[in-house]
Write a protein that binds this ligand. Sequence first.
Ligand SMILES: O=C(O)c1cc(C(=O)O)c2c(n1)C(=O)C(=O)c1cc(C(=O)O)[nH]c1-2
Length: 241
Amino acid sequence: MSDDSAPWSASVFEEKLRAKGSGYHVHHPFHVMMAEGRLNARQLQGWVANRFYYQISIPRKDAAILANCPDREVRREWVQRILDHDGYGDDEGGIEAWIGLGEAVGLSRDDVVSLRHVVPAARFAVDAYVNFARQASWQEAVASSLTELFAGHIHQQRLDTWPQHYPWVDAEGLRYFKGRLTQARRDVQHGLHLTLAYFSQSRALQERALEILQFKLDVLWSLADAIMLSQCEMKIVGARA
Ligand SMILES: O=C(O)c1cc(C(=O)O)c2c(n1)C(=O)C(=O)c1cc(C(=O)O)[nH]c1-2
């Protein structure tokens, strides 16, 4: 008889984490439409402007992980994520590259950095992620970053499809996606290594890691819902003037 409470082997646990990719936002109708070239300029601009709030929140989320982590070796590697987004020295960083993406789709720098196009539900979804990282243990917050397992594919998909579907977008603006291909691969190696080591101590912890990954998938899904809904021009049947 199999023991239902024994921890899964590292490879089975990793497989279960990777299987969560079936709920990644690449399958959200908004991202499917984006990849199929079915968004108009205003809709693509809306996505870039709203997603900027995620971009500026990631380093704050990573700073929360550092603040909660007493392990110097982990901090030495994790701090790189903040530098990737904020930039350092001559490296402009990912946030600046995202502003470049905003300009490439026809927004002004101020349209992006003022956050005036960020809808309330997008803000709530992203804030849930940052608050989780503040309040959870650092190992749990690390596990919540593992949606990045699936991010390489979506960045590559944009690099492959945008030039054809959205030729009006200045190709230079796509440099954010290019940069993330290598950064996400490195991030995932580190995050996955830490997660497999810590959560494999018991089956209950492994199941907790899967729940955390689901929470983060839900954050990204809700963010896409929020953006899509903000772009719907819905007529309320029977509404009074
Ligand atoms: O464009 C995307 O679909 C996407 C998704 C994700 C993700 O899966 O959380 C990240 C990114 N991009 C990204 O660019 C990024 O820097 C990033 C950091 C993190 C994280 O949780 O620490 N996720 C993501």
